[in-house]
Design a protein around this ligand. Sequence first.
Ligand SMILES: [Zn+2]
Length: 304
Amino acid sequence: MPKRHAKTISLFDFMQQYPAEQDAIGYFEKTRWGDEPFCTKCGCAGRITPQKNYKKGYWCGDCRSYFNAFTNTPLEHSRVDARKWMFAAYLLMTARKGISAMQLSKELDVSYPTAWYMLHRLRVACGSDQEALSGDVEIDAGYLGGKESNKHANKKLKAGRGTVGKQPVLGMRQRKGKVKAMVVKGEDKKTVYNAIHAHVETRSPIYADDHKGYRGTGELFYHHESVNHSTREHVNGMAHTNGIESVWALLKRGFNGIYHNWSRKHCQKYVNEFTFRLNEGNCSRDTQDRLDSLFGAMPGKNHL
Ligand SMILES: [Zn+2]
């Protein structure tokens, strides 16, 4: 069978699909409710009255409250036009390494603080799903921050294990599947075990390097295979961590190239943005499907 190529949309065509503010709001409503809006507070669909000003959304006669498509999502209470949200999400999803607030503020003609606020809320929307990884799972930590540019190429990926001043991020990648990554304090056993328990199905084979944090995962009903990086044994049959290491390579390029001044406080959100782009397939899924996934998964992720 010939390989199917994902349908990409040019920015021009994308904006043509949503020529007016009402079209964009219509899209968000349909993504949230389908054809019939129901109250986001009490769940009723019976006594719903659309407001005269469509931007205000609906009134629920049962619980006597207003709601709209953004209620209880990261985009709630925003004064930014729905079209600009769509445009921002398009840019964030299609730029492989992300987009800076400065760049976005120019593209959308909004202030820098508004662009910054929008990107952070979209990153919250990117937050990881609940589905556990299964099958062959690679686990490894990456360290973000610090100058990578003046290191030798094959040192970059693993550079700075435990280095002071860098932010450790623990990542897991299901081979031919999704990636999950979380900002952690370090690669100690407790952190690693908790993460595996929370995000990987038991009895999955786990591939990790021979760092002590990963030893003994077999006790947790996982089949652990280790890779000894210090003896150049990078690919030991199935036991390699190349998949997750390629994630760090991408993350580091984005962090160093686009987000020069990322803050530790918001690190998890940047990580979410990158893993979301990876999981939703940079090139194997249609652009519109990826945006639908992003906006469809927003309800309930309203905490910053
Ligand atoms: Zn209600």
